[in-house]
Design a protein around this ligand. Structure first.
Ligand SMILES: [Cu+2]
Length: 118
């Protein structure tokens, strides 16, 4: 009980920090979300091109868990937990570049997010 009361202000503080951090990008691309379907052991579309500030959301439609992780050797921009059926993972891409990724459970599953000003 005592512990819980102390955790609450922390949660609020963290949420506030997250809001402030996301602030500047929100004005660039308000609700731009691009969805990648994880289905039949593949990412679809396999390659996407988005503007900086776009949120990319992966949704697992398979009956087995998948992950989304930056290609080994690349900067770790993408890193989801195991996604069960219908689970989602979403991140915003701010920097321009080509971000390759794969499923750590099935490494043959690969994809690329190209982030470029359009
Ligand atoms: Cu997988």
């Amino acid at each position: 009980m005592f512990h819980r009361d102390h955790l609450k202000p922390w949660g609020a503080a963290l949420a506030l920090v997250a809001c402030v951090a996301a602030g500047p990008s929100a004005s660039v691309a308000a609700d731009a979300v691009t969805t990648v379907d994880v289905s039949k052991f593949a990412f679809g579309p396999k390659e996407i091109t988005v503007a900086p500030g776009t949120r990319v959301r992966w949704i697992n439609h398979d009956e087995v868990p998948h992950t989304v992780a930056s290609t080994q050797g690349q900067e770790k921009v993408i890193g989801s937990k195991a996604l069960d059926t219908d689970d989602q993972y979403e991140i915003a891409f701010q920097k321009e570049g080509d971000f390759g990724y794969y499923c750590t459970v099935h490494p043959f599953m690969t994809g690329v997010v190209h982030v470029h000003k359009q």
